[in-house]
Design a protein around this ligand. Structure first.
Ligand code: Q9C
Ligand code: ZN
Length: 316
């Protein structure tokens, strides 16, 4: 197993998000990944690797050219304390552009692509400690703390070598990943998440969104009620594993958000720390080369333990 990490994410550190007009502390903060990294450093220091720098074309394969230049140029144009809140290309008030956002977002993509590279080289399990997260980023919109869609960019890269299944277990629906692969049948997107009737991103993640054209049948959503417990979750997880088996992919990408944890400050499920090991073990039973991409998870003090529990289940 390998763990990919870069400290470039710390420079992206917006001071607040805006919720119903109220300024709140920014939940997607550097301490999240530091918590996981510090925990894993104790347990598995020798497995930690830095990312390579990948050329921009991997991002341009997924995101619109104008969108990428917007983020790059707006980041660069901001004075050191200046922050840009919603405008064109930005779908909500959770995803501000700061001077270092572009640099952190491209580094997060590098962390994902480096993981994908090791999987291609035959590594059975890689954990890419991406930050900022990616699954809410669509081809030309940032949203939900996400700028570039790390999992989609990695999936697209791997898809040149065989079919890819993406299992998204973040508490929120990955509207970005769904949108990016909605018309494709070589990448299966499956997501288990909170019912979007009640939780972000509100506008997608419903059961009847099944893909389009050639992609019809290659997008599957499992919205669950708030308060979902370990047992209830396990039942649905098993269904998604059957979907993945039926697809017989060559690679698996897990968009791993830990905001399903019972004490997550913005989630609403009731999953316990030991249960992440069960999730890991279930996924491991697929016996697929697996790339885990970090998405959300905001209970900073518990994230290290959760990630470690998950990895213990996943390890062969
Ligand atoms: N004040 C990810 O987990 N809504 N994004 C927060 C709380 C935004 C979550 C409202 C949720 C975005 C990657
Ligand atoms: Zn989330």
């Amino acid at each position: 197993m390998k763990i990919i990490y870069s400290d470039k994410h710390v420079k992206h550190n917006p001071p607040f998000e805006i919720y119903d007009g109220v300024y709140e502390a920014y939940a997607e903060k550097p301490e999240r990944i530091m918590s996981i990294f510090n925990f894993l450093k104790e347990k598995r220091a020798k497995d930690i690797y830095p990312p390579d720098n990948f050329p921009i074309n991997h991002i341009l394969d997924i995101h619109h050219k104008e969108y990428v230049s917007f983020l790059k140029n707006r980041s660069a144009k901001l004075s050191s304390k200046e922050i840009l809140y919603p405008s064109y290309f930005i779908r909500d008030t959770y995803t501000p552009v700061t001077p270092k956002t572009y640099e952190a977002a491209t580094s997060s993509v590098d962390v994902a692509l480096t993981g994908a590279k090791y999987v291609l080289k035959g590594e059975g399990l890689v954990y890419s400690l991406c930050r900022p997260p990616g699954h809410h980023a669509e081809n030309k919109t940032m949203g939900g703390y996400c700028y570039f869609n790390n999992a989609a960019i990695a999936a697209n890269y791997l898809s040149k070598h065989g079919k890819v299944a993406i299992l998204d277990i973040d508490f929120h629906h990955g509207n970005g990943t769904q949108q990016i692969f909605y018309d494709r049948n070589d990448v299966l997107y499956i997501s288990i998440h909170a019912d979007p009737k009640f939780k972000f991103p509100y506008s997608s993640g419903f059961e009847d969104e099944k893909g389009r054209g050639e992609g019809l049948g290659y997008n599957k959503n499992y919205p669950l009620p708030l308060g979902t417990t370990d047992e209830e979750y396990l039942e649905i997880l098993k269904k998604t594993l059957k979907d993945i088996k039926d697809f017989s992919p060559k690679f698996l990408i897990v968009s791993a958000g830990f905001d399903t944890y019972e004490k997550d400050p913005i989630g609403g499920f009731k999953l316990t720390i030991p249960f992440y090991k069960v999730i890991g073990r279930q996924i491991n039973s697929l016996e697929l080369p697996t790339l885990v991409i970090q998405e959300g998870g905001y209970a900073v003090d518990a994230l290290g333990e959760i990630a470690y529990s998950f990895l213990q289940g996943l390890s062969k």
